[in-house]
Design a protein around this ligand. Structure first.
Ligand SMILES: [Zn+2]
Length: 365
C-alpha cells in the first residue's frame, strides 16, 4: 500500500472503497454549506475520510453558546472572534494536512452560489435555514450536482440524499446497471420553503448535540457513497429521527418525482437561484437597521405563533399590523419588527449578513 494512503487503510477495507475509492475521494471537491453544528461535524468527517478539497461557507462568527455542539471550535476561537469558516479551516489543517480547505466567510445567496459551488462534486447541507437549502437544491438540479440535505433542531433530525434527474438522463447515477438511482429533489417533496416563522430554530427550541451528529453522520455516509461512485448504495428514503421519543422513520418518497409536477425537475424553473423566491436585504440608511424581504407564494405570517416562540428571549409586543421583539443575542441587543407580509426590520445593525443571521436564528427562514 502506498504510504500516503496508509492512514486510510481501515476505511479502504470497506466494501466499495479500496484504493480506487480512496483516490476518488482525494480527487473530489465538496462544498459544505454552513459551519454550525452540522457543518462542523460534516467538514471534520469528510476531512478525516480524505476528501481532497473542502470549501466551507459560513457567514457567522463563533460565540460561547456554539461550543456545546460545534465540534471544530474552542474557547480561544470565541475570545479571538474568528469567523466559523476560517476557524474550521485552521482546525482541519491540523487534523488532515492533505486536505485543501477554502474558507468562505460570506452569506450564501443567489448572487454568489454559482461562483462558490462551481465545479464541486457534491453539496453537503450544514445550513440552519430553509431558504439556503432550497437555493442549494435549485443549484443541484440546475447543474446535476448531488446534494445531501439535512437539518436538526431540538431532538429531531431529517436527512435526504438527492441525486438529481438530469434533462438528458446522462448523469453517472442515471446510467448504472440495475436502473437509474436519480431521486426526487427537495421541491418534488415540498414545493416551497416553509414561510418565515413557521419552523422551530435552535434558538427557540434548543438543540441536542447527538441529534445533530446523527444527521451529520448520515449525510457524510451518503456523501462518501456518492464520491466513491457507489450510487447503488445511496439511501433512497428520507430519514427522520427523534432521539428523545426514540422514533426512527425511513419515509418512502421515491414516487414523488413521477407523481409530482416539480417546478425544478419538470419545468426547469429555478426560482431560488433566479432570486424570484427568497429574501432580500437592504440597509436602512442612517438608522442602524436592515430591512429583510421574503418573496414566495406563502400567505401571511402567523405573528401570534412567532410571539409564543420568542417568549423568554425578551419583550414581545404584537398588534394586527406587526410584531416587535427585543432580542439579546449574546449580549448584543436587537429589535425585530416583523410584518404579516414577511417583511422585517432588524434594528441594531447596518450589516445585511448580521440581520439575516439574527432573523434566521430567532424567526427561522
Ligand atoms: Zn424536483
Amino acid at each position: 500500500m502506498n504510504d500516503e494512503l496508509s492512514r486510510y487503510r481501515r476505511q479502504m477495507l470497506l466494501p466499495g472503497f479500496g484504493e480506487a475509492g480512496q483516490r476518488r475521494l482525494q480527487a473530489s471537491t465538496a462544498l459544505v454549506l454552513g459551519c454550525g453544528a452540522l457543518g462542523c461535524m460534516i467538514a471534520e468527517l469528510l476531512a478525516r475520510a480524505g476528501v481532497g478539497h473542502l470549501r466551507i461557507i459560513d457567514r457567522d462568527v463563533i460565540d460561547l453558546t456554539n461550543l456545546q455542539r460545534q465540534v471544530l471550535f474552542d474557547e480561544q476561537d470565541v475570545t479571538d472572534a474568528i469567523p466559523k469558516a476560517e476557524a474550521a479551516r485552521r482546525r482541519i489543517s491540523r487534523i488532515n494536512s492533505d486536505v485543501t480547505v477554502t474558507a468562505i466567510v460570506d452569506d450564501l445567496g443567489h448572487r454568489n452560489i454559482e461562483r462558490y459551488a462551481a465545479g464541486v462534486d457534491i453539496l453537503v447541507d450544514g445550513l440552519d435555514n430553509f431558504e439556503g437549502r432550497y437555493l442549494a437544491n435549485d443549484f443541484a438540479v440546475r447543474y446535476g450536482t448531488p446534494f445531501i440535505c439535512g437539518g436538526a433542531v431540538g431532538t429531531v433530525g431529517t436527512a435526504f440524499a438527492i441525486l438529481p434527474h438530469t434533462a438528458d438522463g446522462g448523469a453517472r447515477w442515471e446510467t448504472i446497471p440495475g436502473g437509474s438511482r436519480a431521486t426526487p429533489c427537495l421541491r418534488c417533496l415540498f414545493e416551497e420553503a416553509p414561510p418565515p416563522g413557521t419552523t422551530p430554530t435552535c434558538e427557540t427550541a434548543g438543540v441536542m448535540a447527538p441529534a445533530v451528529t446523527t444527521i451529520a453522520s448520515f449525510e457524510v455516509a451518503e456523501a462518501l457513497k456518492v464520491l466513491t461512485g457507489n450510487f447503488d448504495r445511496v439511501c433512497p428514503t428520507l430519514l427522520n429521527i427523534d432521539l428523545w421519543t426514540n422514533q426512527i422513520a425511513q419515509l418512502e418518497v421515491r414516487d414523488a418525482y413521477d407523481r409530482g409536477d416539480c417546478p425544478c425537475c419538470k419545468h426547469g424553473r429555478f426560482d431560488y437561484l433566479a432570486g424570484t423566491y427568497g429574501s432580500g436585504a437592504a440597509t436602512l440608511c442612517g438608522r442602524d437597521a436592515v430591512q429583510l424581504t421574503h418573496r414566495q407564494n406563502a400567505a401571511t405570517l402567523d405573528l401570534a405563533g412567532i410571539a409564543v416562540r420568542l417568549r423568554g428571549h425578551g419583550e414581545v409586543v404584537t398588534s394586527p399590523y406587526m410584531l416587535r421583539a427585543q432580542i439579546n443575542d449574546n449580549g448584543k441587543p436587537y429589535v425585530l419588527s416583523i410584518f404579516p407580509d414577511g417583511r422585517a426590520i432588524v434594528h441594531g445593525t447596518s450589516e445585511a449578513n448580521v440581520a439575516r443571521g439574527v432573523f434566521a436564528k430567532y424567526i427561522g427562514i
